[in-house]
Design a protein around this ligand. Sequence first.
Ligand code: SER
Length: 317
Amino acid sequence: MKKILITGATGQIGTELTMKLRQLYGSDNVIATNIRKHEDNPIVNGDPFELLDVRDYSRFFELATKYNIDTIIHLAAFLSATAEKKPLLAWDLNMGGLLNGLEVARELNCQFFTPSSIGAFGPSTEKNNTPQDTIQRPNTMYGINKVAGELLCDYYYNKYGVDTRGLRFPGLISSVALPGGGTTDYAVHIYYEALMNRSYTSYLKSDTFMDMMYMPDAINSIIKLMEANPDQLKHRNAYNVSAMSFSPEMIANAIKKHIPDFEIHYEIDEKRQSIADSWPNSIDSTCATEEWGFHSVYDLDQMTQDMIIKVKKKLNL
Ligand code: SER
């Protein structure tokens, strides 16, 4: 990774990843792109930023050529709940954008990263300690996009030798940029509401378990995978990675250790509940650890402590 182009750079992952990559590789070597310029986002001013709708192949190719890009980190996509509301648009953006990114990578011989997700599993998948290689029959548009995406990346690697790499991310929790349109978003919003209002109403049932990871671990895992020796990567486009598995009740209890009068209430959103119910309770990340040394640092309590400090500061509380 010497000259990197990031799509969806003002999103939840992109914002922190862009900041970290600029520290590591130099600001001029990390070109942030997004369909809109969010003026309040810390990455859009000063350092290279370009508007890019990833469905526009010519613009994608033009920017990659202009900056002499050797690495594409493709993050622009709809998350699960939005994709379920707008399935055709999700197909267009999630698949069309990915295909364009892969074509640019093939044309210009770039290394390529795109995230998959726990959403690539479905109701017929083993729910606990979900193996690396298992049944993948998701019943959401997002999940269908993710499985097709994993396969498409495999295809570009096998057929054209593009150095594609990817991770099946769990829900990501972060304090810098908010997530949007995901099923796991509650695990971010709960901290803001706990600090502002001492109360949070969960749209998922109290005992809904899903995998999660704190953003610093997610960012480090992307960089570690991208820098790993390619000879070690047998499952290169779809590594299970997780740091913790918890339910709304468990995260509420972790928050109560810091904010004792915090209360959680439940008002279930059937649509997001059914998405969550179709996903694993916990996935097995052993393969990522064995093939390229994946590890995470933060557990639920360490993450909660850090989130409370950072979100409190952000909200000036
Ligand atoms: N965080 C994503 C979502 O909830 C899952 O990959 O859609």
